[in-house]
Design a protein around this ligand. Structure first.
Ligand code: TXA
Ligand code: MG
Length: 335
């Protein structure tokens, strides 16, 4: 029997959600759509279950997981107290694609936070994960449901392709609405710092809490200690193809013509005018181009405003030449 089951994304059926919740409570793994990308979830309070996430993804143990919660009340049992900005932000942006890093309480097993003293908390908006959290009645630790080093999954089939039988149940709620991951904001520094740009823009955050520090500069060191957000290593996703980035369409078109003239297999990513569509399709297109074994991907960078920052960030990582990064030490050793 296939572990991939269709699930109405707006009205998830109660019996299916109960089945998924039982799996979570018994220490199993469930993949589900969120408003950003698909997540691979386990009971965040069960260290053995959390260990299965790392094994299924082949994710290095030093990369901490986001803990998904039903709301501020569940969050407060997992944190060692909240900075004042926490309430202001959650009031406006929860449920939604904003993950907040705060000091953790002793209830969170060390494996979840990769031994760190801080935990990343998020209340998702998508009805399927919202219903699952309510039914399971426990916090759910969940990274994106891709194999480590692959683009995040925006369709249930991506999860099945990457993780297959390692997941007990995949809830197929169709393509995820946003297509890029949540914004990760560190609230333990003053001013707060964006560790990963995502679904909530810097501009949106600043209208509520004033200045925030923009995305931490891309990490260039191979040392894992002291990384602000360890998963944001430079060359996080590395396609087989070379990725070239362009600020304008004309230069991209010229380069495409030149390469095609040389008989090279070229893929183009360009929807810079429509940021929402670009984000929505980005990971699926990267996967499709990998499957077509194109040699060169030419990508147009959207302007660095709003959602454009998150898209630029992911494209820049895909294009990064430096393979000296943690977890992606050699091209032949890609995870
Ligand atoms: O939209 C999302 O955030 C999706 C959905 C499933 O919620 N999740 C997701 O998780 O993208 P993941 O594990 O693929 O990325 C989480 C990022 C990583 O860069 C990780 O290093 C960082 O958040 N992170 C997690 N816990 C952290 C912590 N305690 N301190 C700093 N960074 C943390
Ligand atoms: Mg991820």
């Amino acid at each position: 029997m296939s572990n991939l089951v269709p699930c109405d994304p707006t009205h998830p059926p109660a019996d299916l959600i109960q089945r998924a919740a039982r799996i979570i409570r018994r220490g199993g793994l469930v993949a589900f759509p969120t408003e950003t990308v698909y997540g691979l979830g386990a009971n965040a309070l069960d260290p053995v279950a959390v260990g299965k996430i790392f094994a299924a993804k082949q994710r290095p143990h030093w990369d901490p997981l986001i803990v998904h919660v039903t709301g501020v009340e569940m969050a407060s049992a997992l944190a060692a107290g909240f900075p004042p900005l926490f309430a202001q932000l959650t009031e406006v942006f929860w449920p939604g694609p904003l993950t907040l890093v705060v000091e953790k309480s002793a209830r969170i097993p060390p494996a979840v936070t990769a031994q760190r003293s801080q935990v990343a908390l998020r209340m998702p908006r998508h009805p399927v994960i919202a219903a699952l959290l309510a039914a399971a009645d426990c916090p759910i630790a969940a990274p994106s449901a891709n194999r480590f080093g692959r683009p995040s999954p925006t369709h249930a089939q991506h999860v099945a392709d990457d993780l297959g039988a390692a997941v007990d149940l995949i809830l197929d709620g169709g393509p995820t609405p946003l297509g890029v991951e949540s914004t990760v904001l560190n609230l333990t520094t003053n001013p707060p710092a964006i560790l990963r740009p995502g679904g909530i823009s810097r501009e949106q955050l600043e209208t509520v809490i004033g200045p925030v520090i923009a995305a931490a500069p891309i990490i260039e060191t191979a040392a894992t200690e002291g990384l602000a957000s360890p998963g944001t290593t430079h060359r996080h996703y590395a396609p087989e193809a070379t990725v070239e980035l362009f600020e304008d369409q004309a230069t991209l078109a010229q380069r495409a013509a030149q390469l095609r003239g040389q008989g090279r297999r070229v893929g183009v990513l360009d929807a810079a005018a429509d940021l929402e569509r670009y984000a929505h399709d980005l990971y699926a297109q990267l996967r499709a181009l990998d499957q077509q074994h194109v040699e060169v991907i030419l990508a147009r960078l959207p302007p660095p405003v709003g959602l454009g920052c998150a898209i630029r960030d992911r494209l820049t990582r895909a294009a990064a030449k430096d393979s000296s990064q943690i977890g992606i030490a050699r091209a032949s050793d890609r995870r």
